[in-house]
Design a binder for this molecule. Structure first.
Ligand SMILES: [Zn+2]
Ligand SMILES: [Zn+2]
Length: 286
């Protein structure tokens, strides 16, 4: 079984009830943080998951809302580890990730210096191990494998989606993307698809062009559902709601997805949890 928890279902616009985009995937005793938006560690704390118990950080792309708390993840993991040797945190993301991580550590340079000077048992900066990828298998440990494929969030490029597999169960995390062939291929036959979504019908009428621009490079609810339907997945999990779902509006969002995808649809608030079992897989020939 793979367990998916929506840590943050918000977007770049601050919301009192929704943290920034981030999803926790737990499989075979391993814990993967996919993107690390605003407030992510407050949400993992609610689950009893500390920064120092992460197996890896997976980044779909380098938009600010998806990496807003990268510094917090790196520093908190480092200061809350009391074992003598802290292993490097594997960080898997698109090209550009290494520079962002390096610059983040630079920005926290004074903090890192203060702590090394003050605590005898902290002798080196937060250890990281960054892998930049656009395609292929990136993880294979103790029965958990992870594959990456390009998505299409242009002009933001490159961007990637992840497929995590364990014991016959599988989950794809699409991130921000418009429908594209490589995401279809990555998602084919998966148990679940976690996809970000926007309501074009609500965004398009707004008078600000900069807000309208959002529609250019995101999937609508219906497009995300179409991707799920084409791939034959068992469960569509929508997140990163733009605009934020207001109380009572949830069924409207669900109905839009259900108009093109007739299987399980999950929409929820932060900490919404979905179990993906091995049996939840493709329709025959899907
Ligand atoms: Zn984005
Ligand atoms: Zn985003």
């Amino acid at each position: 079984m793979i367990e998916v928890t929506l840590l943050g279902t918000g977007s770049p616009i601050p919301d009192a009830r929704r943290a920034g985009p981030s999803t926790l995937v737990r499989a075979g005793g391993q814990t993967f943080l996919v993107d690390c938006g605003r407030g992510v560690l407050q949400r993992t704390a609610a689950l009893g998951v500390g920064a120092n118990s992460l197996s890896a950080l997976l980044l779909t792309h380098l938009h600010s809302d998806h990496i807003a708390d990268l510094g917090d993840v790196l520093i908190t993991r480092w200061v809350s580890n009391f074992a003598p040797d802290l292993a490097p945190l594997p960080i898997i993301g698109p090209p550009g990730t290494a520079e962002v991580v390096e610059n983040m550590l630079k920005a926290f340079g004074p903090d890192i210096g203060y702590r090394i000077a003050h605590h005898a048992d902290l002798t080196a900066p937060p250890p990281v191990e960054v892998e930049e990828v656009t395609d292929g298998v990136v993880w294979g440990r103790d029965g958990v494998s992870i594959r990456v494929a390009p998505t299409d969030h242009r002009p933001v490029a490159p961007t990637i989606g992840f497929r995590i597999e364990h014991g016959g169960a599988s989950v794809v995390l699409a991130g921000d993307t418009v429908p594209c062939r490589s995401l279809d291929d990555l998602t084919a036959g998966a148990g679940a698809l976690v996809h970000t979504a926007i309501r074009k019908d609500l965004i398009d009428p707004l008078p600000m062009q900069r807000i309208k621009d959002i529609c250019d490079y995101h999937s609508t609810v219906e497009q995300a559902a179409e991707t799920a339907a084409r791939a034959g997945v068992g469960i569509l999990i929508l997140t990163h709601y733009v605009p934020a779902i207001q109380p009572g509006q949830e069924e409207e969002w669900r109905a839009l997805a259900a108009s093109v995808f007739d299987r399980q649809i999950e929409i929820g608030d932060d900490l919404h949890r979905v179990e993906v079992h091995p049996g939840v897989c493709a329709k025959p020939g899907g």
